[in-house]
Design a protein around this ligand. Sequence first.
Ligand code: ZN
Length: 169
Amino acid sequence: MTSETPCIETGKVVAIYYTLKNDRGEVVDSNKGSGGKPFSFLHGAGNILPALEQHLLGKAKNDFVEVELAPAEAYGERDPDAVRGVPRSAFPTDREPEVGALVEGRSPDGQPLAGRITAVGAEEVQVDLNHPMAGERLFFEVTVCGVRDATAEETEHGHPHGPDGHHHH
Ligand code: ZN
C-alpha cells in the first residue's frame, strides 16, 4: 500500500456526476454528458439531501452508486392542505394568472411562499405550495469523480470553493 484512497465521509469535498430520474423514468436533472462539469458538495454540510449523503458514505473515486429515495427521504409527501385558494385580486392585474406558472408571495404571518398555479377560476386561483418533487420517489445514478479533504475555509463556510465549487467569492 503506497497511498490510501480517500473515502466519502463528513468533512470531505466530493465531486460527482449524477443523473436524477423520477418514478416514471424521466430524467429530471443531470450533469452527465457532453460538457457537463462535476457537481461538488461538502459532505455533512447539508448541501445535498441528507439521505443521499448517507448512501454515499464510504464510497471512493470511480465508484458508481444507484440510490433510490422514498418521498419521506427526499422532498416529503404531498400535502393536500398545501393547495390553497387565493383571491384573484391578490394577483397583479397586468398579467392573467396561468396554470403551471410559478408564483411567489407571503403567507399571512409573513413567511415567503413559492408555489405553482394549478387552476384559475373566476374568483379564485388555486396554488399548490408543495415542493414540485413532493410525493416522488427519486432515483439517483451517481459516479464519484473526486474525494478530497475540505479546507478550513470551506469547512467554516459549509460549502466547497475552487474551480469545481458552486460558490465563488
Ligand atoms: Zn464560501
